[in-house]
Design a protein around this ligand. Structure first.
Ligand SMILES: C[S@@+](CC[C@H](N)C(=O)[O-])C[C@H]1O[C@@H](n2cnc3c(N)ncnc32)[C@H](O)[C@@H]1O
Length: 230
């Protein structure tokens, strides 16, 4: 039964300034939680060389996957980089962490950062969006597009595009019983703001006090108006 609008609770947002892996270890998940996140690049982890970052990244992805409750999923949005002449494939690293902990691949989408056909000498022109579950799941009634031609508008340079956020949240809404979206590396809060706008409670964690402040106040008007791929 539909409830009158004034009885529909306003989604909650909680942003905690903390180290993500320690926070996950100390805070067991709500059974209605799923994760949507973008873990930091080697350029964001001061003092780590590529090998140390890679070890950290694999451990962090395993910690996120171990934390997510069985009914939920973890969705990683990661962009590859070229570093010292080598291509660092973060999709591979996420899937490798998943294999380490026995998590199951639900889907793997390619999100274009630039139009297909663009030659990019810097960062590769697409991102990975990978959905994993600790338990096997059906592929879903409406799994959505495998390739997103555009990630959508970005609220800052390291943000997950708004269209990608909305595709991820729509999957949670249509295919899972998720009530709370958790982003343990929430940056300025793009995922949290889209999740709230789509009716989910949201919890964000970030090391940076400044980004936490921004994440508490970011409002994304109406994500339903963000154009979605067919
Ligand atoms: C790629 S950005 C996240 C962007 C975010 N999804 C958005 O759309 O705004 C990664 C974030 O991880 C944060 N970070 C790095 N190491 C961290 C750690 N150990 N614990 C928590 N946050 C961390 C950084 O401050 C940065 O804001």
């Amino acid at each position: 039964m539909l409830r009158p609008m004034d009885e529909v609770p306003t989604p909650i947002r909680r942003v905690i300034q903390a180290e993500a892996i320690a926070w996950l270890a100390e805070n067991p998940p709500d059974p209605g939680a799923s994760v949507i996140t973008s873990m930091p690049d080697v350029s964001e982890l001061g003092g780590h060389d590529l090998a140390a970052w890679r070890t950290w990244f694999l451990g962090a992805a395993r910690a996120v996957l171990a934390w997510v409750p069985d009914p939920g999923v973890a969705i990683f949005f990661q962009s590859d980089v070229r570093h010292g002449g080598a291509w660092v494939d973060k999709g591979y690293l996420v899937l490798r962490a998943a294999e380490d902990v026995g998590a199951h691949l639900v889907w793997h989408k390619i999100v274009c950062r630039h139009p297909p056909g663009t030659i990019s000498l810097g960062r590769p022109s697409y991102s990975h969006m990978i959905c994993l579950s600790r338990v096997p799941r059906s592929s879903g009634r409406r799994p959505g597009p495998d390739v997103l031609a555009d990630a959508g508008a970005m609220t800052w340079s390291r943000a997950m595009g708004l269209t990608a956020c909305r595709v991820a949240c729509r999957f949670l809404r249509e295919e899972t019983a998720t009530r709370v979206v958790v982003d343990p590396f929430c940056g300025r809060g793009t995922v949290l703001a889209v999740a709230n706008a789509m009716g989910f409670d949201a919890v964000g964690v970030d090391l940076s006090p400044k980004r936490c402040r921004a994440a508490r106040s970011l409002v994304i008007g109406d994500p339903e108006k963000v154009a979605l791929p067919a």
